[in-house]
Unconditional design. Structure first.
Lengths: 216, 150
């Protein structure tokens, strides 16, 4: 399925809500749970979830959702999670990704990491100052990081620079950290984002105080 | 098949110099993390009783070597770039010289096989001479065990 069709599959409020719910969990999600969250009946949720799988946006698997084992534990349930891969649609066609890959390689070849980090910090500060987001988590959500609370830390489920971070992890993760520090500075908030990389997530974490002071 | 990786780093000073002190101090915690990382198979250890001792070799002075074996590309990738090891990598310029030629090489080995240090060095030499091939490659230009580009 092409990118346009994949994105078009989200052109339905229920489907969009289901997609948002599944991807916000960071773990496989069952049909009942998804139906409840979207406020629709289970068969309708199942229909839309499977459409999202067909579109390549989610992937399905079977898992036991309860601890029960042996007779009476039932069949494994169908569960959903975000599919790997990304879908970009631009009208008219634009290709910033290829240029970004070229530029990242140039920075690497020139050994220009420090300059790149400073630039990322500056641009982060500008974006942070310009944003109308009321709280830091809102700003991070706006920028595609998908923040969530994790035991005193604000973690980021999604890496908005995924392809580049695969290609040039050292450079891109450092620049991302600088950008995040800039975002915070631009908002005039204290706090020290730092690197705490984990498989499958963004490498930056924010100490939680930031969001708390903001929300109180 | 398992994935072997070998890398060399040109230290800015002898390993016992204060310049390298923070790097040397990080060896034990980072190596402990490597040993516990999912998909870790083996790594070359200089001295079981002293985690800060580095491997001696004949390949050049002030050259730090690191040699390990992993179950898969993902396992190695997640340790190198998605663990606290990343923070150490990011400080590499404080401790090591920039080098123009490739300093890290990967190749596939049979499960249970541990090629000699000499072979590891030869793989790096091969990469430096011929560029990435199925016999000596890198994360960026990766080859699967069947020789296909990853």
């Amino acid at each position: 399925m092409d990118d346009l069709a994949a994105v078009a599959a989200l052109n339905d409020p229920v489907r969009r809500e289901l997609y948002r719910f599944v991807t916000s969990k960071g773990r496989p999600v069952g049909r009942n749970e998804a139906a409840e969250a979207a406020g629709v009946a289970r068969p309708l949720a199942a229909f839309h979830l499977d459409k999202l799988v067909e579109a390549g946006l989610l992937e399905a698997d079977f898992a036991r959702l309860t601890e029960k084992k042996g007779p009476g534990s039932g069949r494994p349930a169908k569960v959903y999670r975000r599919a790997p891969g990304e879908h970009v649609v631009s009208v008219p066609p634009r290709d910033y990704r290829t240029l970004a890959l070229v530029l990242a390689e140039v920075v690497d070849l020139l050994g220009g990491d420090e300059v790149a980090e400073k630039a990322a910090h500056r641009i982060g500060a500008r974006l942070g100052a310009e944003s109308a987001a009321a709280t830091l988590p809102e700003l991070l959500a706006e920028r595609g990081y998908e923040p969530y609370d994790d035991a005193g830390l604000l973690r980021l489920r999604n890496c908005p620079f995924h392809v580049l971070a695969q290609e040039q992890p050292l450079l891109v993760c450092s620049m991302n950290l600088s950008l995040c520090r800039g975002l915070l500075e631009g908002r005039g908030e204290p706090g020290a984002p730092r690197l705490d990389p984990r498989p499958g997530e963004c490498c930056v974490v924010f100490p939680q105080e930031n969001s708390k002071t903001n929300q109180s | 098949m398992h994935l072997a990786q070998f890398n060399v780093a040109h230290m800015r000073a002898p390993v016992d110099d204060p310049l390298l002190a923070e790097f040397v101090a990080a060896l034990e915690p980072v190596n402990t993390q490597a040993d516990a990382a999912p998909g870790f198979v083996w790594r070359a250890i200089a001295n079981e009783d002293d985690p800060e001792e580095t491997i001696t070799h004949e390949f050049g002075d002030h050259l730090l070597i690191n040699y390990s074996i992993w179950e898969s590309r993902d396992a190695l990738w997640n340790f190198v770039y998605r663990s606290p090891h990343l923070a150490i990598l990011q400080r590499r310029r404080e401790w090591f010289h920039r080098v123009a030629e490739p300093y890290t090489v990967m190749w596939w080995v049979e499960e249970g096989e541990i090629p000699s240090l000499k072979e590891a060095w030869n793989r790096l030499t091969l990469l430096r001479q011929k560029g990435p091939t199925p016999d000596a490659f890198t994360f960026k230009e990766f080859y699967e065990p069947n020789g296909a580009r990853g």
